[in-house]
Design a protein around this ligand. Structure first.
Ligand SMILES: Cc1cc2nc3c(=O)[nH]c(=O)nc-3n(C[C@H](O)[C@H](O)[C@H](O)COP(=O)(O)O)c2cc1C
Length: 366
């Protein structure tokens, strides 16, 4: 009991508090890797502040009985419309890495996306997650810019291990300039293996020393869909025309994302890009969003602006660094509870009841 109490006392009260604690827990190098954004970090910061640019507009005296946060997406029920975003090198934040993250997500009914840069083999993660009856979806993220021959082998493993969808990250054919990491000369610790990543040799010519040679193009998306035999989501869509092109190709959905501001600085925040993309798609395919979500009210606003679900990145890493699976579960629990509170206070008994009329832009400049 005493030990349990002291564990409970280590939990923070909010996601911003987890961030402060994670900074104290992690080495300066790991902190720079996990928290930095590209260049001047304008987009990384704006991702967070832009959600505050939207005010919630409550409706009162609504019937809230039998309320819930469940949603049907990609042919299956999600207990709560939140998923852990794909993130590399989780074993640098905590020795249990992706195992702890996945267990926490599935025990809270949230989705989990394993990064191709994970430190844990994909079958070990799916073996932990799949037996949980009331879990959210399990997805595997592949990176734009890796070898196509290897992709073929990898996709077979992903499918055999029971993953339900492929997430193709299309916004990073090359890495962004991470000034904060360069300043500290951050190197990923050599002991951190990435069992599903194979470097493809750059050609040493053309853009970015030839790294773009292996980058997938629109033509490859259909190939990938046929190869996968699984729903394919495109992650990293920020332009309405790209969203429409994705819909024409019949992808299962798009994730509005700027990679947490880690790749191309001075892009708009995702809270700013989302409404135009939802409008351009008119419900043709599901839209998800990530970037800067730190409160349940941010999740509510994302849903009001047209997203079906959200992905959460850094806050889950903060929870992981502070208290392993318990910390991640608590981060997700805080988000879920705050979402439910916001829904009840705005008069929405389920996710379908959340509409654009529940938000309006604030007049304050950000
Ligand atoms: C440390 C770190 C590693 C990441 N690694 C990947 C990755 O391997 N693949 C990917 O598609 N996105 C990656 N991302 C981007 C996230 O999936 C997500 O888009 C972003 O973190 C969302 O913003 P947020 O951190 O503000 O929630 C990474 C983000 C962070 C912070």
């Amino acid at each position: 009991m005493g030990q349990h109490m002291s564990q409970v006392q280590t939990l923070a009260r909010s996601l911003p508090e987890y961030e402060l604690r994670a900074r104290e827990t992690l080495s300066a190098e790991a902190w720079a890797y996990f928290n930095s954004g590209a260049a001047d970090e304008f987009t990384a910061a704006r991702n967070v502040s832009a959600w505050q640019h939207w005010h919630v507009q409550p409706r009162v005296l609504q019937d809230l009985r039998d309320g819930h946060t469940q949603r049907q997406l990609l042919g299956r029920p999600w207990p709560t419309p939140i998923a852990v975003a794909p993130m590399a090198y989780q074993a640098w934040a905590h020795p249990e890495g992706e195992r702890a993250m996945a267990i926490a997500a599935c025990s809270l009914g949230c989705g989990f996306t394993l990064s191709q840069h994970s430190n844990t083999p994909l079958d070990q993660v799916s073996a932990l997650v799949l037996p949980e009856a009331s879990r959210g979806p399990l997805w595997f993220q592949i990176s734009n810019g890796c070898d196509r021959g290897y992709l073929h082998e990898l996709i077979v493993q992903v499918r055999n291990a029971g993953y339900e969808a492929l997430v193709l990250s299309v916004d990073a054919p090359v890495q962004g300039s991470r000034d904060r990491m360069r300043e500290l000369n951050v190197q990923i610790p050599a002991h951190l293996q990435t069992p599903h990543w194979r470097n493809s040799a750059p050609s040493n010519q053309g853009l970015c020393a030839g790294h773009v040679e292996h980058a997938l193009r629109w033509d490859d998306v259909s190939w990938l869909q046929a190869e996968a035999g699984l729903p394919v989501l495109l992650k990293g869509i920020t332009h309405p025309l790209d969203a429409q092109q994705a819909a024409r190709l019949g992808v299962a959905g798009v994730i509005v994302s700027n990679h947490g501001g880690r790749v191309l600085d001075t892009q708009a925040a995702t809270a700013e890009s989302l409404p135009a993309i939802a409008d351009a798609l008119q419900g043709d395919i599901p839209v998800l969003v990530d970037g800067g979500i730190r409160r349940g009210s941010d999740v509510f606003k994302a849903l009001a602006l047209g997203a079906q679900a959200v992905l959460v990145g850094r806050p889950c890493l903060h929870g992981l660094a502070v208290a392993g699976a318990l910390g991640v579960a608590h981060v997700l629990r805080l988000l879920r509870d705050e979402l439910e509170m916001t829904m009840a206070l705005c008069g929405c008994c389920d996710l379908e009841a959340i509409t654009r009329a529940h938000v309006r832009p604030s007049s304050r400049l950000i």
